[in-house]
Design a binder for this molecule. Structure first.
Ligand code: 2SA
Ligand code: GDP
Ligand code: MG
Length: 450
């Protein structure tokens, strides 16, 4: 280092620049993440928090997600649109990390306009860097599942894996490329089709018809498309409040989930940064959404699954049916080792515990408190392979139920004592405060503890 640059580093210029970097964002980004295998009720939490923010963003996944919002007596299911779109004061952003099937996006927009959501074209911004999901990606998703036979992953067949594969192998096409020179788009489209035909010769793609269709989609989507990175950073410097809605959940994360029984994006905190172009120091609160029991839709290991009358009760009373595919969700007890693991990865600053009301009728409630090997040794980590996970035994604690309805309770202290104890048990095990408890579907059915 030269003398002059050293004096700059050690002098006030360094301090000023360094402090400036630390303070350059007037506000912090709030994040809502699924803490289990999805369907924890993220849509409901985002809808509630969206009442107090300016911008709600999706950062990963596609229309595999299914987020339910029950507000003002109406039920909405969102797949690509951020759940904050119900709030007319919010701008919704679909970030660069999302994969978009344009026909599904426009169907979703029309469906929600018919339900009464207005001026969506003024409140939705789509990243020019988001990748496109084509119909052939969906066909391939179905074929790959069929080829696996008994070892299928149980995907939603929305083309998510094949579209992220195209992105990773650098054959993918971004929204921005659809809006540019259509000759270039045509060349890229023909190339991606050729690649897929080499691998899946039986798929039927009418290239000319698809190109004509996408020429129309280009004009339809154009008004929504922007550089969302610049948009979000400007908003942060202006002190606007931003909320990010994670789709799917930590245990479906391509790196941290039960691989290969996962989705193809990072559904944990990392996906928020890469899927929106946000640096880590912009992140403030990270809210983990935890269902009071565990569910999983699709195949893959599930240590606390209850294939018995308990599982059936949770499935029926909890109306555990896939919002996108209408598949029955598998159900089981709450799993603390799993939650400790996702808490480690995501760094929850608080928890929203949902669907406590579904446990109302049970006399006893079990909670997994440890994973053990056959020799009785307790695991100090979450297994990294399906084989290791398959060998563990689950140790349960049994907590007394409360056997009364919590549905109409809006104050934590009015919850039955054993319900309060259940909440505190989770809080103590995870060392993360529980801020909200859900006792019903609606926006109003949520208890704010603090
Ligand atoms: P994919 O389609 O490639 O992402 O599937 C890979 C695995 O990820 C699971 N997955 C989900 N799990 C829970 N909820 C999801 N959304 C829908 C819902 C699901 C539905 O809200 O109910 O309707 O079935 C979702 N999306 C993907 C999937 O089941 C595979 O295990
Ligand atoms: P998401 O994918 O995490 O947004 O969750 P889903 O919408 O797929 O599934 C959650 C389901 O539980 C939806 O039907 C919600 O309306 C419902 N729900 C959310 N919170 C509660 C709650 O506290 N109690 C009850 N009974 N239902 C809830
Ligand atoms: Mg869902």
């Amino acid at each position: 280092m030269t003398e002059s640059s050293s004096s700059v580093v050690n002098g006030s210029n360094y301090e000023t620049l360094h402090q400036g970097r630390l303070n350059m964002y007037k506000s912090k980004v709030g994040v809502v993440l699924g803490a289990q295998w999805g369907d924890e009720g993220k849509g409901k939490v985002v809808d509630m928090l969206a009442l107090e923010v300016d911008i709600v963003c999706r950062c990963q996944g596609g229309n595999n997600a299914g987020h339910t919002v029950v507000a003002n007596g109406r039920e909405f299911d969102f797949h690509l649109l951020p759940s904050g779109i119900v709030n007319e004061k919010c701008i919704s952003v679909i970030g660069n990390g999302v994969v978009i099937h344009l026909p599904s996006l426009f169907d979703e927009l029309s469906k929600n306009e018919a339900k009464g959501l207005q001026k969506l074209e003024h409140r939705l911004i789509i990243s020019d860097r988001a990748h496109l999901v084509f119909d052939f990606h969906q066909l391939v998703d179905g074929m790959q599942e069929a080829e696996k036979g008994g070892k299928s992953l149980g995907t939603t067949k929305k083309g998510i894996g094949p579209a992220y594969s195209s992105k990773a192998t650098r054959n993918g096409i971004r929204v921005g490329e659809l809006l540019g020179d259509f000759n270039l788009f045509t060349d890229k489209f023909k190339s991606i089709v050729a690649t897929h035909l080499r691998l899946f010769p039986s798929i039927n793609i009418d290239v000319d018809a698809e190109l004509a269709r996408y020429k129309e989609y280009a004009e339809k989507v154009r008004p929504y498309v922007k550089d969302t990175i610049c948009f979000l950073h400007t908003a942060l410097r202006q002190g606007k409040k931003i909320l990010v809605e994670g789709a799917n959940a930590a245990m479906l994360d391509i790196d941290f989930g039960t691989y290969p029984y996962v989705t193809s994006s990072n559904c944990s905190i990392g996906g928020v940064l890469t899927g929106l172009g946000l640096p880590p120091q912009t992140i403030g609160e990270v809210i983990g959404v935890v269902k009071a029991y565990t569910t999983r839709v699709g195949d893959g290991p599930f240590p606390t699954e209850q294939i018995n009358e308990v599982g059936e009760l949770l499935q029926t009373k909890g109306a555990e049916i896939g919002v996108t595919t209408k598949r029955k969700r598998r159900c089981g007890w709450l799993d603390i080792p799993l939650l400790k693991y996702t808490s480690l990865v995501n760094g929850y600053t608080s928890i929203c515990l949902t669907k406590l009301d579904i446990l109302d009728t049970l006399a006893e409630i079990k909670v997994a408190v440890a994973y053990k090997r056959a020799n009785g040794e307790k695991l100090d980590h979450f297994p990294g392979t399906i084989a290791e996970l398959g060998e563990i035994e689950v140790e349960y604690a049994t907590l007394p139920g409360w056997q009364e309805s919590t549905e109409n309770i809006r104050n934590f202290k009015e919850l039955p004592e054993n319900a309060q104890k259940y909440v505190r048990f989770l809080e103590n095990e995870l060392s993360v405060p529980v801020q909200w408890v859900g006792v019903g579907k609606g926006r109003e059915s949520i208890i704010n503890i603090h």
